[in-house]
Design a protein around this ligand. Structure first.
Ligand SMILES: [Zn+2]
Length: 244
């Protein structure tokens, strides 16, 4: 069987799976590491929270790894803080160490969800080596076309005063360009300029493609439609695992 045909069988299995499956992809009942992948600006954070609740497994990303480490004032946090002070960034390798420390906690025994991690091919391979014996790993890529994300960013309006977010077409304020809540003037974020959004998307497709290929070649890569109401995407993710 070629890798392509294994993937195809896996996809067919998803479409035709019976109700007895929980982890249709896997031969064992090892706990699951679900890696959610989506393009920047898709605003899918809410989806992660929902999936985390539905599967009763914690959600881990760089931001909450750092928050937890700073609360615990661990040795790794000291290193992270030093990096932030000197270079303004935390190396990916340190983030991965924080991850390995985090998943030792009991709440990760039944698996966990990650998004935005690992960010390099080397670390993805390393993670497979480190976690593969204990967990089943599956990457789920949320598919949203660039033009949809561009339109989303182009129409996005924010209120600087209260932080509420509107969209010119999808969720317009009652009075054009005015916040419903505090009646202040709405504006567009500099970060939402088409040029910057396109640049971020191009970078995302380019830098994540080798990682996508890695999961794909292992037959551990599923695509779900993100160009629909979030509830529908959520149902699609649940269907993969037959979590009714
Ligand atoms: Zn406001």
């Amino acid at each position: 069987m070629t890798k392509k045909s294994i993937l195809l069988s896996a996809m067919l299995l998803v479409c035709s799976m019976s109700h007895s499956f929980v982890y249709a992809f896997f031969d064992t009942n090892k706990p699951l590491v679900l890696i959610l992948l989506w393009p920047p600006g898709s605003g899918e954070g809410v989806l992660t929270v929902k999936v985390s609740k539905a599967f009763a497994i914690p959600h881990i990303n760089t931001a909450n790894l750092l928050r937890d480490a700073s609360n615990e004032e661990s040795e790794l946090w000291e290193q992270a803080r030093e990096c932030l002070n000197t270079t303004g960034a935390i190396p990916d390798s340190l983030v991965m160490q924080l991850l390995y420390q985090r998943i030792k906690r009991p709440d990760c025994q039944n698996g966990f969800i990650m998004d935005g991690l690992p960010r390099t091919l080397d670390q993805t391979e390393e993670m497979f080596g480190a976690l593969g014996p204990r967990f089943e790993i599956l990457a789920v890529s949320i598919q949203i076309p660039d033009e949809v994300l561009l339109a989303k960013a182009e129409g996005r309006l924010i209120c600087e005063t209260c932080g509420r977010v509107y969209h010119k077409e999808q969720s317009p304020p009652e009075v054009p360009m005015t916040c419903d809540h505090c009646e202040d003037l709405l504006s567009q974020r500099k970060n939402d300029s088409l040029e910057l959004v396109q640049k971020r998307l191009t970078e995302y497709r380019h830098s994540w493609e080798p990682i996508f290929r890695f999961y794909r070649e292992k037959g551990l890569f599923v695509e779900v439609n993100g160009n629909c109401p979030m509830e529908q995407t959520f149902q699609e993710v649940k269907t993969i695992f037959n979590q009714e």
